[in-house]
Design a binder for this molecule. Structure first.
Ligand code: 5GP
Length: 113
């Protein structure tokens, strides 16, 4: 099933893109929960982390390193940031296309809701 994120990848709907390469895309969240709130998604349609397998090892590693690079580029690397990977229903995942939230620019709280 095609998701809203697939439409963003295909440029069928607009997004505020902050990074793109052959494997992944990163864009600002439409409903930001912090001064920096970027979503990093694979271009390949993987519905959730629970569906990712050994064949996605390099892709997943790449996405983490890209998240780290974007955090540096957006000036939150030194102050700190949080990566969130909501997975399936009880994980709070709403869009069924795997994505990493990069949140920064304010003090994060713990425990999460
Ligand atoms: P989830 O709850 O699945 O982990 O996160 C989905 C995220 O996607 C939410 O933070 C939501 O605000 C964001 N989102 C949903 N639809 C759109 C959209 O059309 N454009 C953008 N940029 N973000 C979206």
């Amino acid at each position: 099933m095609s998701t809203i994120f697939k439409k963003i990848i295909d440029k069928e709907i607009p997004a505020d893109i902050v990074y793109e390469d052959d494997l992944c895309l990163a864009f600002n969240d439409i409903d930001p929960q912090a001064p920096v709130h970027v979503l990093i998604i694979p271009k390949k349609e993987i519905s959730s982390l629970a569906e990712a397998g050994e064949e996605n090892r390099d892709l997943l590693g790449h996405m983490l390193l890209i998240a780290s690079q974007i955090a540096r580029d957006l000036g939150v690397s030194e102050s700190g940031y949080r990566l969130v990977l909501n997975t399936n229903k009880e994980g709070g995942q709403e869009v069924e296309h795997m994505h990493i939230h990069l949140l920064g620019g304010r003090q994060m709280e713990w425990p999460p809701g």
